[in-house]
Design a protein around this ligand. Structure first.
Ligand SMILES: *Cc1c(COP(=O)(O)O)cnc(C)c1O
Length: 361
């Protein structure tokens, strides 16, 4: 099966420069979308076809669309950053493309070729380049996704799908300066189980997390940390961000067991930390160890990481076992050093020793 070329059908009525600038002055997150989107179809027997860049517009969905009932849908998230010379580059798009293939395999969906994924993202960013903000930590957030388009209520892998890419300008995650998040440690609700789909980026995992998230909010916490589903003991992730534990000069992140998502920020930080002279490793952290080592002072900082916020310090942790606070509730030094190092690579203020940046022509 060949890779389709993307036919460009740009909008005849994009937003004016003034309207776009007004949005970019305060973009928030996921509230505004650019002028265009990319769509590619897949049908059994035919493969990928009908690749187009078209004006951003609503879709018309049949009420018996299989995704609405059985949730066969996956997504990705990556960012395009304005570089000091005014050009634009995306961060590790091939890693997102490969993870999208892994998610597709888990949900019995067709795998989009890596080069088609990258071509689709490139086409949208190139067309809507004026939407890439240039202020500080702002970026253009890219959301590739795919869902079943077959109509019918029989339960089976669908025989047709739609792949799309949309883009949304993203403001600085912490406009008022980096602020630690508070965490609710959920000891009863889980987001993923062994053999389940916790390592796939799919809406179902998010649906599973919403009730615990609402409970966390009711307890005054920003985020939920999930434990493993069998022993309810091993720390997994936040449900949208991975976790790192800082022991002095060493940073440790929970190993990939199959029930947590292999974050690209998580993976990048294993290398960035080594570049800065820290030790970095994957391991297991129990909830008891988290509490004990905070109290005995060996666990000096904890932070969460993901594409949207890059790095977020963890402040207060609440659980049924009590409450404790990391690094006196202030962003830790290691956390902030890693955050700056990664953002400097992404925004082109530092060299890119790992070849992570993908410049757009
Ligand atoms: C996307 C995601 C992350 C973070 O992954 P990044 O590639 O770093 O953005 C972490 N956990 C879950 C469940 C996710 O969906």
């Amino acid at each position: 099966m060949t890779t389709p070329t993307i036919e460009l059908k740009p909008s005849s009525h994009p937003l004016s420069d003034a309207e776009r600038e007004a949005i970019l002055a305060n973009p928030g997150f996921g509230r505004h979308f650019t002028d265009h989107m990319v769509t590619i179809r897949w049908t059994e027997g035919r493969g990928w076809y009908d690749a187009q860049l078209v004006p951003y517009a609503p879709l018309s969905i049949d009420p018996a669309n299989m995704t609405l009932h059985y949730a066969q849908t996956i997504f990705e998230g990556l960012k395009a950053y304005r570089q000091p010379d005014g050009s634009v580059a995306t961060f590790r798009p091939a890693a997102n493309a490969q993870r999208f293939q892994a998610s597709a395999r888990r949900l019995a969906m067709p795998e989009l070729p890596v080069e088609t994924f990258i071509a689709a993202v490139d086409a949208l960013v190139t067309q809507d380049k004026a939407w890439v903000p240039s202020e500080g930590e702002q970026s253009l957030y890219l959301r590739p996704f795919m869902f079943a388009t077959e109509v019918g209520l029989g339960v089976k892998p669908a025989n047709e799908y739609l792949f799309m890419v949309i883009a949304s300008p993203a403001g600085a995650y912490f406009p008022g300066g980096v602020r630690p998040v508070s965490i609710w440690l959920s000891e009863d609700r889980v987001r993923a189980v062994p053999g389940g789909m916790g390592d796939a980026k799919t809406g179902g995992n998010y649906a599973a997390s919403l009730l615990a998230q609402a409970e966390a909010a009711a307890k005054g916490c920003d985020q939920v940390a999930y434990l493993d589903a069998v022993e309810h003991k091993w720390v997994e992730e936040l449900g949208g961000m991975n976790l790192y534990f800082v022991y002095g000069n060493k940073i440790i992140t929970p190993e990939l067991t199959g029930s947590l998502l292999a974050g690209i920020t998580r993976d990048s930080l294993l290398s960035v930390a080594r570049d800065l002279g820290y030790e970095s490793e994957e391991g297991r952290i129990s909830i008891d160890q988290w509490k004990r080592d905070t109290e005995n002072g060996t666990l000096t900082e904890v932070f969460a990481c993901g594409t949207a916020a890059v790095i977020t310090p963890v402040g207060t942790v609440k659980s049924a076992q009590g409450e404790w606070t990391q690094s006196s509730g202030r962003p830790g030094d290691v956390t902030m050093r890693l955050r700056k190092a990664l953002l400097d690579i992404q925004t082109g203020r530092a060299a890119d020793p790992h070849g992570w940046m993908h410049p757009l022509g």
